[in-house]
Design a protein around this ligand. Sequence first.
Ligand code: PDD
Length: 287
Amino acid sequence: MPRHAYVNGRYLPHGQAAVHIEDRGYQFADGVYEVVPVYKGILVDEGPHLDRLERSLGELRIPMPMSRAALKLVSHELMRRNDLSHGFLYMQVTRGVAPRDHKFPERAQPALVMTTRQTKPHSEKMLSEGLKVITVADIRWQRCDIKSTSLLPNVLAKQQAAEAGAYEAWQVDAEGRITEGSSTNAWIVTAEGKVVTRDASHAILNGITRLALIELIRKAGYGFEERAFTIDEAKAAREAFLTSSTSFALPVTRIDDTPVGNGHPGILFAKLRAHYMDYMAGLEETT
Ligand code: PDD
């Protein structure tokens, strides 16, 4: 069965799906996106992902390309056509097609593209050994809360990580505090056993996985703090991990060349990941 993509009103074979060369997403990265995980055929936290999409669009004054109900219909139809069970749905909305000019065009229609990708579960090795992250300067703009397709600093950071044999790059602000990874949120567990992640502000993307995990942490009654932490605190932490729609929760066992804790994935991490996997397994179709 050929894989399909949705492009501005049409379902097309993935290889033939294309947008106009004057799409403002292509020329200015004038657009936003969402990556929604698909677990056992169900879109995980579809509502919160759509809320964030709407918020990102609102911040950039791009209209919604269609109603939320219509967006849900298209996503579900694309998943059905692609027989997607595990992986993710990618949605991108740009300000549309217009002759190149920085200011907003008067008459552009927002452009909507959706694709899906089937993925394999994370390897046992990743979970049993944990991952390495490197630290890099956070050179992004001051509105990282908007899920913009303008991702050059993130691309450069992830490439630097890959070249250093690391899974992710944790970005560090001017005060030496970690903001987040290039495509993931950053977490530590302190010596006292408190789970810490940076507070949501313009400095980070407020991850949907992050929000779901915070809820689970609160329900389970673990100690938790939402605040910034420095590279030094992270390196001295008992445990570290990262979250995102494609990583769920993965253990971090090395930051630059420093092993985290005893160098093995932490006990609290394993509990939190189990909570999150149970949470996903318990989700039911909402539409
Ligand atoms: N990235 N921080 C950044 C900078 C991100 O790009 C992402 C997601 C996250 C985690 O957010 P969430 O839990 O909602 O996925 C944090 C997606 C997966 C990506 O760009 O592919």
